[in-house]
Write a protein that binds this ligand. Structure first.
Ligand code: PMP
Length: 384
C-alpha cells in the first residue's frame, strides 16, 4: 500500500504557529516550573450553579436522551429570539432566522460549505481567530486578507470591501479587543449591500464589555438582514466553553444554507444542554454582569500594573484579551513570547499567530486570577 497522504485541502491549511510555544510550555511544566498561562482564551471560572442544576435535572430525564432535533428545541429557538429582542431590540423569526449550534465555532466553520464555491474570494480579517481562514480553505474559497491596523482602531478600511463573496467580521474582536462603532456598522452594511457581499459577523464576545460600552449587533441596522448572518455563543457569557452551545441568527437564506450543511454532518445538541441554555438566557443577566465586573477588575489591575513598570499597554475595550505592541527591547512577536516564557515563566501568544498584521504584537488573556496577573507584572518587571 502506498503511504497515506492528507488531502490537498488539508495540506493547504496554514501551519499551526502556536506549536512552538505549546511545546515550550509543556516542557516548562514538565520541569515543574510555575507557569502563568496567559495564552488560553478559556475562562478560569466555573459555570454558574443555576445552569448546572438545570443540566442535572434535564440529564436525568429520559426524554432528553434521544437524538435532538437538528434545528434545536423550539423553546430554545424562541428563547434565543426573545433574548435578542431584549438585548439588541431586533426581531427574529424563531423558525427561520435562528439556529442553535454546537458552539459558535462549529457554525462559523460550517457556513462556508453552504455558500462558498471553489475560487470564491472571502475577506478574512488579519489578525483574526484562525478558524475563519481554515473554513474558507475547506470550502475551496480564496482567502483575501483584510488588514486590521492599530492606526484605524482595528477597523477594516471600507474601500477594501469589494470583489468578494463574503466577509468575516468579529467585534468585540479577538485578538485586538477592538469594538465597532454603530456609525461604522451602518457604513459597512451599505458598502456590503452595494457590493453584494455576505457579512458573517462573529459576536462570540457580545457580553464581555467594559465601562457599559455595550456592543451592538449588525442586525440592529436597518436592512442588514438582507446580507448578515451573526454568530453567538454561550461560552464566554456564562463560562460554558466546554458545553458546546451557541447559535446563528439573521438572513433566513443564510440560515437555511447552514442548516442544510449541518443536517448532513451532525445531529444537534444534547437536549439537556439545550434546556440548560434556555435557563442561562432566561435567568443569566446577573451572572453576565458579575462576569463583566470580574474582568473589569482584572483588566484595570493588570493594565495599571504593566504601565507602572513602564510598559504602556492599551486597555482592552472589550473581550478578555490584552493586545499590545511588544515592548521596545524586543524585535518580534515570537522572540517576545519566547523570552516571556523562558525568563519569566509566562505564556503569552505571539501576535503573528493571528496573521501577518499581528506581527509586532502580543496577546495576553485576563482568564487568570488577579493575584496571578499581578505576579505576572512582578516577573515582567525583571525582564523589561
Ligand atoms: N469566535 C471567536 C472570536 C473566538 O475567540 C472563539 C473562541 N475562542 C469562538 C468564536 C468560538 O467560541 P465557541 O465556544 O462558541 O465555539
Amino acid at each position: 500500500m502506498s503511504p497515506i497522504e492528507f488531502s490537498k485541502r488539508l495540506q493547504q491549511l496554514p501551519p499551526y504557529l502556536f506549536a512552538e510555544i505549546d511545546k515550550a510550555k509543556r516542557a516548562a511544566r514538565a520541569e515543574g516550573r510555575d507557569i502563568i498561562d496567559l495564552g488560553v482564551g478559556d475562562p478560569d471560572s466555573e459555570t454558574p450553579k443555576f445552569i448546572i442544576d438545570a443540566l442535572k435535572k434535564a440529564a436525568a430525564d429520559g426524554k432528553n436522551h434521544h437524538y435532538a432535533f437538528d434545528a434545536g428545541m423550539p423553546e430554545l429557538r424562541k428563547t434565543i429570539s426573545r433574548w435578542c429582542q431584549k438585548r439588541f431590540n431586533i426581531s427574529l423569526d424563531s423558525d427561520t432566522e435562528v439556529y442553535p449550534l454546537i458552539g459558535s465555532k462549529e457554525g462559523l466553520t460550517h457556513l462556508p460549505l453552504g455558500i462558498i464555491n471553489p475560487g470564491d474570494r472571502v475577506l478574512i480579517p488579519d489578525p483574526a481567530y484562525p478558524a475563519y481562514r481554515s473554513s474558507v480553505i475547506f470550502a475551496g474559497g480564496e482567502v483575501v486578507a483584510l488588514p486590521l491596523k492599530e492606526k484605524n482602531d482595528y477597523l477594516p478600511e471600507l474601500s477594501l470591501l469589494k470583489n468578494a463573496k463574503a466577509v468575516f467580521l468579529n467585534y468585540p474582536n479577538n485578538p485586538t479587543s477592538a469594538i465597532l462603532p454603530k456609525a461604522y456598522m451602518k457604513d459597512l452594511i451599505a458598502m456590503a449591500k452595494k457590493e453584494n457581499m455576505i457579512v458573517i459577523s462573529d459576536l462570540a464576545y457580545s457580553e464581555v464589555y467594559y465601562d457599559d460600552q455595550k456592543p451592538a449587533s449588525f442586525l440592529e441596522i436597518d436592512g442588514a438582514k438582507d446580507c448578515v448572518i451573526e454568530f453567538h455563543s454561550f461560552s464566554k457569557t456564562f463560562y460554558m466553553t466546554g458545553w458546546r452551545i451557541g447559535w446563528a441568527c439573521g438572513n433566513p437564506k443564510l440560515i437555511a444554507a447552514l442548516a442544510k450543511v449541518k443536517t448532513n454532518i451532525d445531529s444537534g445538541i444534547f437536549q439537556a444542554i439545550q434546556v440548560a441554555g434556555i435557563e442561562a438566557l432566561n435567568n443569566g443577566d446577573q451572572a453576565a454582569k458579575d462576569m463583566r465586573a470580574l474582568y473589569q477588575d482584572r483588566r484595570d489591575a493588570f493594565v495599571q500594573g504593566l504601565r507602572s513598570i513602564g510598559w504602556n499597554v492599551p486597555a482592552p475595550k472589550a473581550a478578555f484579551y490584552l493586545w499590545s505592541p511588544i515592548p521596545k527591547k524586543f524585535n518580534d512577536s515570537m522572540q517576545t513570547a519566547k523570552t516571556f516564557l523562558e525568563k519569566a515563566d509566562i505564556v503569552a501568544t505571539p501576535g503573528n499567530g493571528f496573521g501577518t498584521y499581528g506581527e509586532g504584537y502580543i496577546r495576553m488573556t485576563l482568564t487568570m486570577e488577579k493575584s496571578k496577573l499581578l505576579e505576572a507584572v512582578k516577573r515582567l518587571k525583571k525582564i523589561l
